[in-house]
Design a protein around this ligand. Structure first.
Ligand SMILES: Nc1ncnc2c1ncn2[C@@H]1O[C@H](COP(=O)(O)OP(=O)(O)O)[C@@H](O)[C@H]1O
Ligand SMILES: [Mg+2]
Length: 239
């Protein structure tokens, strides 16, 4: 049975979608059957980072409303065997979708995939509360600034209270120019504050930003340093 991993953060822009996309590809490269599931209703981004905007004919809302079957809304990603995506609606809400529906949906997805990587909305809102009811683990992201670290700490407590026992964190957008100078929170301080196993660190790198915007995730080219970073995190994840 597949496992559901939530990719979340206490502050916006910490890199949830970047990590969800690159880790999904890295996990698929390991031979796993991976579903990258975008639950950012109204703020769908995964398809853009994968260059799949034109491929989304049906989404989760269509499945729930009965317009199409689940398998029709699951779209294989052409550039990496083993990876598929399930999008959420961009221009409408999903009405009347509760914990019971999420459990049934995740059960159906667990039959089809080894890992369901879920790109979450920021912090804990209604959507994440509902979806967390069916999840196995969570990767929390923070960037090295005090607001992001404090919000990660708060989110960690909420996820624990929601019963997600397996939680780990990663630090994104580490700027080598300031790291270790004392002018921004250092790695040790962040690790002491968040109090979770640290599974990886990713630098601030324009290559990531350009890759996201061109719909060609960095991890596709295994020869790069950035790709190796994400592949190492995927290896380390105990999901
Ligand atoms: N390590 C990084 N280096 C440079 N830019 C990054 C990095 N991680 C993310 N970004 C950029 O930061 C912005 C927010 O990233 P995103 O993954 O969309 O965050 P979130 O999903 O948490 O809102 C995007 O413009 C993305 O391209
Ligand atoms: Mg996002």
């Amino acid at each position: 049975m597949g496992k559901v991993l939530l990719i979340c953060s206490g502050s916006g822009g910490a890199g949830k979608t970047t990590f969800a996309v690159n880790l999904s590809i890295a996990l698929a490269k390991q031979g796993k059957r991976v579903l990258l599931f975008d639950i950012n209703v109204g703020r769908r981004n995964v398809d853009i980072y994968l260059g799949m905007e034109d491929r989304i004919l049906f989404d989760l809302g269509d499945v729930i409303s009965g317009l199409c079957k689940l398998d029709k809304a699951i779209i294989p990603y052409d550039l990496c065997d083993g990876l598929s995506i399930l999008a959420c609606p961009q221009y409408r809400e999903i009405e009347g979708f509760g914990a019971g529906h999420v459990k049934a949906l995740f059960e159906a997805l667990r039959q089809r995939f080894d890992v369901i990587v879920t790109d979450c909305p920021v912090s804990i809102g209604t959507t994440l509360r509902v979806f967390s009811s069916g999840a196995d683990s969570a990767l929390l992201l923070t960037v090295p600034d005090h607001t992001s670290v404090r919000n990660a700490e708060a989110l960690n407590e909420k996820l624990a209270a929601l019963g997600i026992e397996k939680r780990f964190f990663a630090i994104n957008r580490i700027d080598k120019q300031y790291s270790g100078t004392g002018s921004i929170p250092g790695i040790n301080y962040i690790a002491r504050t968040v109090q979770l196993p640290l599974v990886g660190m990713v630098s601030e790198d324009p290559a990531i930003h350009i890759a996201n915007n061109s719909g060609m995730p960095v991890v596709l080219d295994s020869s790069t340093d950035m790709a190796m970073r994400f592949e190492a995190i995927a290896q380390r994840l105990d999901i």
